[in-house]
Ligand binder design. Sequence first.
Ligand SMILES: [Zn+2]
Ligand SMILES: [Zn+2]
Length: 317
Amino acid sequence: MANPNVTENGQSSALIFLGTGCSSAVPNLMCLIQPSDPPCHVCSQALSIPPERNPNYRCNTSLLIDYCRSDGNHSYILIDVGKTFREQVLRWFTAYKIPRVDSIILTHEHADAVLGLDDIRAVQPYSATNDIDPTSIYLSQHAMESIATKFPYLVQKKYKDGQEVRRVAQLDWRIIEDQCEKPFVASGLGFVPLPVMHGEDYVCLGFLFGDKCRVAYISDVSRFPASTEYVISKSGAGQVDILILDTLYKDGSHNVHLCLPQSLEAVKRICPKRALFIGMTHGFDHHKDNEFLMEWTKREGIPVQLAHDGLRIPIAL
Ligand SMILES: [Zn+2]
Ligand SMILES: [Zn+2]
């Protein structure tokens, strides 16, 4: 029988986790410049194990969707471009032979999601006069306004009289609605925006995508509005194959993110076929905490693991 994950020419779409860490990333700098006694095990590992072999080395959350169309051509869709983007390209674009970025989607405008935008020029064709096709970038109106302040030179279209041309990333800004009912298409793949609360005063977007396998990606969330949870729940619009979900700390709670107890509760309610956690601080030890999650999985019947930077999951989209 044909493998539904593979196209006729033997190629497959894939999810590549470019980053699975919190805003300050892991290792935590303070753990290294002012080590505790005994030192933090997770952070001190970063001094002896190279990042590509250290699942406790976590850059800012970011996902690359390698979308293989039915004709075998690939599109590369990047979700978020954080502070650590350059490092993530160096490590994982090279390892997985990702030649370019075809479109970009932003969850929100916080530093860990957008501060790498300047480096997009490094993954675009070289033109001293900026005479290249811009990369489409999808974002909310709120994110657009914030980025126009953070990066005016990436948004400005017309040159002022006498202004020198300087090479900058070329982006085609496309506003999306923060409503589940307003899907959009990026590089041929459909996305449903999933508005979630990221603190009670802030709406962040997650995204639901894929026809054959449905993937929900929610990197920054403290609470699910009922209408959003319905769209991704087994008891609502239908079970998702993979839920990729925020979990900041191992214990307790936080005002703008889910922590492990709330993330596990959300997994039970939403009931995906499989869940992967992202956004972790140095409080998580990959192997040790995945053993705990294996026990949870046996008990609850939903496979849940911590993702890690560089994780690649072949998938039919
Ligand atoms: Zn630490
Ligand atoms: Zn944020």
